[in-house]
Design a protein. Structure first.
Length: 397
């Protein structure tokens, strides 16, 4: 099987010739810059380390590494035309998009501001990641104040640093497709997380129960903007994509982020409308990223048209892989869950990693419907040897 055929088989719940491997095909299944530098040094690879998702410090995975580890899926990111040098928290170096204009303050912290001066992101001194800045819609109080044409709504979650044209992006998509790997394109769309970032976390969570008309006005405006984005996305990229990724974190470590009742009243209707539009216009797979304990929502996501979920956080409440496969494996593909990154991949021995991989593969792979990747991104504290042990354990069956 080709890498693309392998992933497509998994999405059809067929058994491929081997479990497909993803490492870097989404912004939540890749490597952070420090971990990536360490892994490349271990393998003797030399190339610029380019951060494509600055908030999480997630990198573009180079073709030599894709080849060396026989990775089956690849990401189609929104990319910049130019890059600039940067230094990471451990002193190693790399590149960031030229238009991600970091301001390094006297205390060593970093800021990025929008053209109008609003704080877009900050990294504390000694930190590894950027935190979201000031919510642009924190000050509104009524549904009538939601402007569907506001730039922060129309362009929500699109990387501000990506200055390539749609034609240029389409040409990259075509080149990626020609590699034979399954191409995953991120639509960069959220609903719950969008409300939290646009209004502020506390504000929007209160809106969902106390200011429902405001919450619905914002979610409606976002959904309309996403539907327009989808048309452009598919026009230029659809022929070269195998999977479309959407995002919305619904869970915490110990349970849902919001009650199933509130979710079904406020978030699900917009997901169902938008995801249904994707499924009606796109013949490939629909993958949704959501961290945490989301088992209560999986039947709803299936109803909304989601075919695969990531990262399958097996250490969260109710997310044991055996249970997930038993209860939802007929209808849901598990794109993740291969190795716990909170306790095992970072802190465990090589033997611990191998044991974890064997257990999770045994639980999730029978009958197909499984794409292997670790639970979320490989963090700066993960030893390179553990990354290689994870891949070797998968290959060993």
């Amino acid at each position: 099987m080709t890498p693309r055929e392998r992933v497509q088989a998994a999405l059809r719940h067929s058994v491929p010739d081997r479990v497909p491997l993803d490492l870097g095909a989404t912004e939540s299944s890749g490597l952070t810059a420090i971990a990536y530098n360490r892994l490349k040094a271990r393998l003797g690879m030399q190339s610029p380390t380019r951060v494509i998702e600055p908030y999480q410090q997630v990198v573009l995975v180079d073709p030599p590494l894709l080849d060396a580890l026989e990775i089956d899926a690849v990401a189609l990111h929104y990319e910049p035309r130019q890059w600039q040098p940067t230094t990471f928290a451990d002193g190693s170096t790399g590149e960031i998009p030229a238009q991600w204009q970091e301001i390094i303050l006297a205390d060593g912290s970093r800021e990025v501001r929008t053209p109008d001066g609003r704080l877009a992101a900050r990294m504390p001194s000694g930190g590894f990641y950027y935190e979201p800045g000031d919510p642009p819609l924190a000050g509104i109080t009524r549904a009538a104040e939601v402007d569907p044409d506001a730039e922060c709504i129309r362009s929500f979650d699109l990387p501000s640093f990506s200055d390539e044209t749609w034609t240029e992006r389409g040409e990259r998509a075509q080149r990626l497709h020609a590699t034979g790997r399954a191409v995953v394109g991120n639509l960069c769309c959220h609903f719950l997380a969008a409300g939290q970032l646009l209004r502020g976390y506390e504000n929007f969570m209160c809106d969902l129960v106390a200011e429902k008309s405001l919450a619905h006005a914002l979610l409606e405006a976002l959904c309309d903007a996403y539907l327009e984005r989808l048309e452009t996305y598919l026009r230029y990229l659809g022929d070269y994509l195998d999977v479309i990724l959407v995002n919305d974190d619904l869970g915490t470590q110990n349970g849902p982020m919001l009650s199933p009742r509130v979710y079904r009243e406020t978030i699900k209707p917009y997901q169902k409308r938008f995801f249904g539009a994707i499924r009606s216009k796109f013949s490939g797979g629909l993958l949704m990223h959501s961290c945490g304990a989301i088992s209560d929502f999986i039947p709803d996501l299936i109803e909304c048209g989601v075919q695969a979920i990531n990262p399958v956080q097996v250490s969260a409440q109710g997310m044991a892989p055996e249970r997930l496969k038993r209860e939802f494996g007929k209808d849901m593909v598990f794109w993740g869950g291969g190795c716990d990154t909170q306790h095992v991949l970072n802190k465990g021995s090589v033997e611990d990693v191998q044991r974890e991989v064997r257990r999770n593969v045994a639980a999730l792979s029978p009958g197909g419907g499984f794409v292997f990747t670790q639970v979320h991104n490989i963090q700066p504290d993960v030893p390179a040897e553990n990354v290689l042990a994870m891949v070797r354990a998968l290959r060993a069956g």
